[in-house]
Ligand binder design. Structure first.
Ligand SMILES: [Fe+2]
Ligand SMILES: [Fe+2]
Length: 349
């Protein structure tokens, strides 16, 4: 078997080379400037700190060549959920924690199956993440109703499980699982979180930014806890009074979270402003383009898309293509370049 090693430091390169030099066809290169241009590589071993933006960019630059290799083993420093997600998003077929032993690495290289996940495992991983997410959103809503502090850590943990599920199994599986098992506002929050994560991963955002994005998504509609269900779940059109009531939810969410020490100003801003539009026609503060941050712009796009493709008992589910057309038609309200970048998430991921 021909094995190629890519590492972000000379130390790592030499450690791995020492482990693998007995492989019949062994080559290696540093990640900075890597080309992966050789043909006939059976397996590639990537050892890099995925917390570094430059490493992610370098891996994205070789992703087309990387994906031509059948077996792609990523060694990651901490086997935290998000590192695992990122490794899979960057093209890994297997992930091992570093430092890895020679025996572990050789066993993984000898292992016949390229991708071990069966359809059953995909469904149960997705369902577990969706249940954790729904439980966390439910407890946030009841905390807001009773005036108790929101458990920020539980929400972030649930967000990271969702990120793991999407990194491993893709957005489409997530959408199917959530729409099949959850309803109403919980379904919506889970969909927005999953879509926002996939949007962030598709843009190659750094781990910390993806975390901010999914935290903002988990909390974004928390203010709806204060809105009666008859209004929230009303089929069909809302009257002006009901619409005005619904439009209080971003400020109510901001109010519920602002004293919470676990919530950063950035997440608070996203909760308050996820219904603002670039042309100033949104609410609650009628902000214009310059005052709306990138993370909020991404959240708004994910939110609208999720609302369009939700499964509701009283209306047919809108196909993703149709929902994306509606986003494209929202001239001046959403950032055009982000909507263009969202195409891949909306239609093919
Ligand atoms: Fe909202
Ligand atoms: Fe929403």
């Amino acid at each position: 078997m021909s094995v190629h090693v890519i590492a972000d430091t000379r130390d790592r390169l030499s450690t791995l080379s020492a482990m693998l030099e007995r492989q019949p066809a062994f080559t290696s290169e540093l990640l900075a400037g890597a080309s992966l241009r050789h043909n006939d590589i059976d397996a590639v071993v990537v050892a890099a700190d995925l917390g570094k933006v430059e490493n992610i960019s370098a891996l994205k630059a070789v992703s087309a060549n990387l994906k031509r290799v059948a077996k792609r083993i990523f060694l990651i420093d901490r086997k935290g959920r998000l590192s695992v997600v990122q490794a899979y998003a960057l093209g890994a077929t297997h992930v091992l924690g570093n430092p890895v032993s020679q025996a572990q690495l050789l066993a993984k290289l000898a292992d016949g199956d390229a991708v071990a996940t069966s359809q059953d495992e995909i469904v149960s991983v997705g369902q577990e993440a969706a249940s954790a997410g729904a439980a966390s959103i439910a407890s946030m809503f009841s905390a807001v109703l009773s005036g108790a502090p929101v458990d920020v850590r539980a929400a972030k943990n649930a967000g990271s499980k969702i990120a793991e599920s999407i990194g491993e199994n893709g957005l489409s599986n997530w959408l199917t699982t959530v729409r099949r098992h959850h309803e109403g506002t919980y379904q919506h929050c889970l969909l927005v979180t999953g879509i926002a994560i996939d949007f962030g991963l598709s843009l190659g955002m750094a781990k910390a930014d993806v975390e901010r994005l999914y935290s903002a998504a988990m909390f974004h509609d928390i203010g709806k806890a204060r809105i009666p269900l008859v209004v929230l779940d009303k089929p069909g059109r809302l009257d002006p009074g009901e619409r005005a009531l619904i439009e209080t939810h971003p400020a109510a969410g901001h109010e519920a979270l602002k004293e919470n020490p676990g919530i950063s100003p950035e997440i608070l801003d996203a909760v308050r402003h996820h219904h603002e539009f670039l042309d100033g026609s949104g609410y609650p503060d009628a902000l214009c383009a310059g005052s709306i941050k990138d993370i909020v712009r991404m959240l708004t796009i994910s939110d609208i898309f999720a609302a369009l493709i939700e499964h509701r008992t009283y209306k047919p589910t809108m196909p993703r293509e149709k929902a994306y057309e509606i986003l494209l038609g929202m001239h001046g309200k959403l950032e055009r370049s982000l909507v263009e970048a969202f195409r891949e998430v909306a239609l093919s991921r």
